[in-house]
Design a protein around this ligand. Structure first.
Ligand SMILES: Nc1ncnc2c1ncn2[C@@H]1O[C@H](COP(=O)(O)OP(=O)(O)OP(=O)(O)O)[C@@H](O)[C@H]1O
Ligand SMILES: [Mg+2]
Length: 392
């Protein structure tokens, strides 16, 4: 058992020489001895400290030992402190202590037998220390039980999330797969009927574009899932190199013009400045594509504006749409994985913003949103020009 240096003993006697003698007899490294020269002083100490034992002189002017003991037994904090009375043998022992039944009580007789005093006090000290140790063990046990319970709940939650995730993924993959399947069925039928005119150059062009869209959407979904699992295992990496943002933005906006047109969105790019920095161009593109795809999806076909600005510390790209916007309550949530705004429009796994923010942070940057519900949303990506780059 580890030595407990904080075991406190209280000795109460009106005569300083008695206090000195007693404390010399019982002192040891594992205990602190506190002294009081009256019942009143003793009560003050008793209320302030936790004692393993109180040794009370029976005969004291003012409050005597028995009166002090009775007060101790009637107060919750001191009720269970064991008491040893010190009395002149035979003389005061016929006083019956009324609180006898409520706790450990013992007697020492004057003149004090040094060995008897020591062994008696040692018994009380080791009882106290053992009890304390048991209490600590019980507390530790209870703590680990609570932790186990929390882990269990967390485990159940992640199992449930995994199930929900699987069915969402299945659903999301089904849509493009179904479309592709229908297309091939149709082509098979046309081939069987010898209708080769359905495969003219213009028709083939459109078919390939349609197929391309379905395949890209499945590839994106699978890439997103791979990214999420990389983020979760701390293995998301960025490969920074010299990058210029205004040219990158021009290219992205032009690449997405088809998607913008099918969402009836007009996209304007405001980038009168250049922004050179060391960033992972592919990942920055992924962030911007996510924001633009959202602006098309949730922007109600209203104009979308992409802006590039710089300040001495950051390059800032914002994507503003004029759709419904996002309620204050949803503004935090939507950056969490699989979270979608309560006012659901369209379909999606709810991974885009989560991945985008993680990518921004991996660059030492940030991604945030400002929105007044009903008036559109502005997502802003901040990329630092130097430092804070998180190369993993
Ligand atoms: N520009 C926006 N305007 C309004 N709501 C938005 C906008 N962008 C995102 N949201 C809300 O935030 C949610 C989370 O967006 P996020 O891009 O993470 O997922 P998603 O678009 O639903 O699916 P995914 O991107 O995985 O295909 C969206 O479901 C939508 O409710
Ligand atoms: Mg999205």
């Amino acid at each position: 058992m580890p030595v407990q240096h904080n075991t406190k003993l209280l000795i109460v006697d009106d005569l300083p020489e008695n206090l000195l003698a007693l404390s010399e007899i019982i002192k040891q490294d594992d205990r602190i001895i506190m002294q009081a020269s009256s019942g009143e002083e003793a009560l003050g100490l008793l209320l302030e400290h936790e004692f393993a034992l109180a040794i009370l002189d029976v005969t004291m002017p003012g409050m005597d030992g028995f009166e002090l003991a009775e007060l101790m037994r009637s107060t919750e904090k001191t009720r269970h402190v064991p008491i040893v009375f010190v009395s002149a043998a035979g003389k005061e022992l016929n006083y019956a202590f009324k609180g006898y039944e409520t706790g450990a009580v013992d007697f020492l007789h004057k003149p004090l037998d040094i060995a008897a005093v020591r062994s008696k006090v040692n018994v009380f000290v080791s009882l106290y220390q053992q009890r304390n140790q048991v209490r600590h063990q019980v507390e530790a046990l209870e703590k680990s039980r609570a932790e186990l319970h929390a882990t269990q709940i967390e485990l159940q939650r992640s199992l449930r999330m995994r199930d929900e995730f699987m069915s969402m993924v299945a659903h999301e993959l089904r849509t493009p797969l179904n479309t592709l399947f229908l297309e091939t069925q149709m082509r098979k039928m046309q081939l069987e009927k010898g209708r080769l005119d359905a495969f003219g150059e213009a028709q083939l062009q459109r078919m390939v574009e349609r197929d391309d869209r379905q395949i890209k959407s499945m590839v994106r979904l699978i890439d997103d899932m791979v990214d999420v699992s990389r983020i979760r295992s701390g293995k998301l990496s960025i490969r920074p190199s010299e990058t210029e943002l205004s040219d990158l933005l021009k290219r992205i906006v032009s690449d997405l013009s088809h998607q913008a047109a099918s969402a009836n969105c007009d996209v304007a790019l405001q980038a009168d400045t250049v922004a050179h920095g060391v960033w992972d161009e592919f990942r920055v593109e992924q962030i911007i594509v996510n924001l633009l795809t959202n602006a098309f999806r949730y922007g109600s076909g209203k104009p979308v504006v992409v802006t590039l600005k710089t300040n001495p510390l950051h390059a800032e790209i914002s994507v503003r749409d004029h759709g419904n916007g996002i309620t204050a309550a949803d503004q935090h949530r939507i950056f969490e994985p699989f979270e979608r705004a309560t006012t659901k429009v369209g379909s999606g796994l709810g991974l885009g913003l989560y991945i985008a923010r993680q990518l921004a942070e991996a660059h030492g940057g940030a991604l945030g949103v400002e929105s007044v519900y009903g008036e559109g949303a502005t997502f802003t990506l901040k990329l630092p020009f130097r430092n804070g780059l998180n190369r993993r």
